[in-house]
Write a protein of this length. Structure first.
Length: 280
């Protein structure tokens, strides 16, 4: 079984002065390590999902990494990151209790059958991307999540295998299965779009913006349309039984407490990518 693991404990920059004073005592074995954190959890993290989760200088970085580390530090938990080749594989390992937490998860009834969900912590925007040559008629109404545009019925759209795109798109996919191609990697979907082997890609707005800005391979070939396929809150999926009732409550309260900090982190990434943050 292929896994990429990085173990992490509470970042020194985020711990209290008291904890800093105790570090030498930990080394001498005079203070039990359990004082450092109450529990260590295993987090599924992608190595190549910028700007949310990716490898940078040997460790994980990104928007969702920043948020989850802030929340876990706030409630005195340690963590290790475990990476799998795809989100589908991560869900399989989650069901086997080999993973404790999956971030950026959309709530669905089937998923609720094998996991606990935290309260929502941010909003996800799934945008339709096209080739630079594509012209969206000015007479076309700005995209709404409740309506799938008619032009997709005569097109091929690449999506991520295992992602949730909402009821309207699921219905469209069921009615026109040949209109949709599923692939794991974002950059692979955009390569198909660059060479016009597909007509559109549905991608997270920030991920698409990051790739357009940072990948010389697709720069100048791909653009975001104004059509939003899905706007929905995302949650943390938690392994059932991982937290006591009081710890689960503390986890959710940490999300509420850090609401403004989460907004600041999210806004920072939108600003860095020069993307207008959609209205929630």
């Amino acid at each position: 079984m292929f896994r990429y693991i990085i173990q992490t404990c509470l970042p020194i920059k985020r711990v209290t002065p008291l904890f800093k004073l105790l570090i030498p005592l930990f080394a001498l074995g005079l203070v039990p390590l359990s004082y450092a954190c109450e529990q260590k959890i295993r987090i599924s993290a992608a190595k190549d999902w910028p700007p949310y989760s990716y490898i940078n200088n040997g460790g994980f970085s990104g928007l969702d990494i920043d948020i989850i580390e802030m929340i876990l530090s706030d409630i005195n938990l340690c963590w290790e990151y475990v990476s799998f080749p795809s989100s589908s594989r991560a869900f399989q390992e989650f069901k086997k209790d080999n993973i404790d937490l999956i971030f950026a998860a959309s709530y669905t009834s089937p998923r609720r059958g094998f996991s606990e969900f935290s309260i929502a912590y941010r909003t996800e925007f799934m945008q339709l991307f096209s080739h630079q040559d594509f012209i969206l008629a000015d007479t076309m109404e700005k995209g709404k999540t409740k309506v799938i545009p008619k032009f997709l019925e005569k097109s091929i759209t690449a999506i991520n295998r295992g992602s949730v795109y909402g009821a309207p798109f699921s219905k469209f996919k069921a009615q026109c299965p040949d209109c949709v191609v599923e692939m794991n990697a974002s950059i692979a979907r955009f390569r198909l779009l660059k060479y016009k082997r597909v007509n559109f890609v549905i991608e997270d707005l920030l991920t698409g913006a990051y790739l357009i800005k940072n990948s010389k391979e697709i720069e100048g070939h791909v653009k975001a349309t104004r059509f939003n396929v899905r706007k929905d809150p995302v949650h943390y999926m938690l392994r059932p039984g991982m937290f006591s009732e009081s710890k689960l409550q503390a986890f959710n309260l940490a999300i509420i407490k850090n609401k403004q900090n989460i907004k600041k982190i999210t806004d920072k990434y939108y600003q860095a990518l020069d993307v207008a943050k959609p209205a929630i």
